[in-house]
Design a protein around this ligand. Sequence first.
Ligand code: ATR
Length: 278
Amino acid sequence: MSDRYGVFGNPVGHSRSPAIHAAFAAACHQDLVYEAILAPLDGFAASVRAFVEAGGCGANVTLPFKPEACRLATRLTSRARLAGAVNTLSFDGQEWLGDNTDGAGLLRDLAHNLGCPIAGMRVLLLGAGGAARGVLGPLLEAGPRRLVIANRTEARAHELAARMASAGEVSGCSHAQLAGQSFDLLINATSASLAGAPLPLPDGLFASGSLAYDMMYGDGQTPFLRLAGRCGAARLADGLGMLVEQAAEAFCLWRGVRPATAPVLAMLRSAGRDTGGQ
Ligand code: ATR
């Protein structure tokens, strides 16, 4: 019987993870099946338990269950503990190992696919919710010259910066307090794109040669990338590369082989896609 994996979410029907993992498995000659599993909003733990009892070997976790998966794991990697969220579970007997591959996926997309290493860069992270927290530790570890978190609710930016102080130098501010500053890499980790809302950002934020990166992806450009293009960002990237890279990191953890990501990313780009996350 093939080894079983899956992604738990609610909703989960839009998920590209089954197609991504099926492509990885075929390319790496791994005998596995990977399915999308809709867990009830109040029944995530029971769904995962049933999956493990039926022989499940590992699982990805997407919205809204990442913090709950972090609480359910019997052991956490340090990056999952710092993120306060788990997107990858590995089951071994009674042990549920919780990991978070989102930050590593973002960094790998930036460095390998987009030729944008973080070291020495001025980085702005927009948003202070779960998505921002999930990538902040690996971003800080990569050694930016500056890292600023800006958020609509300023207090949340300060709280997140304080929580991450042990991982590196980071500060928090409001959107308005960004006036007069400019950055080489601007990452949108807010959910504003989902609502089609533009962020109220001051002029002059995008340094010449800067890269604007939206962790969201969708058909056509996101509102953030449209704004960035108008405001002088030299390069625009959506989060589809991060999606594929975080999946590759999870696949590697489960199977011990790192799949090539470029063909899978090309497949997704040519197939078109819906707005979404994991
Ligand atoms: P997620 O887990 O997707 O990060 P979240 O924890 O609810 O979701 O966080 C959403 C983030 O997007 C927050 O930083 C939120 O800002 P607030 O803390 O002020 O709520 C931000 N966000 C959502 N809609 C936004 C909008 N229209 N403009 C600016 N920021 C927005």
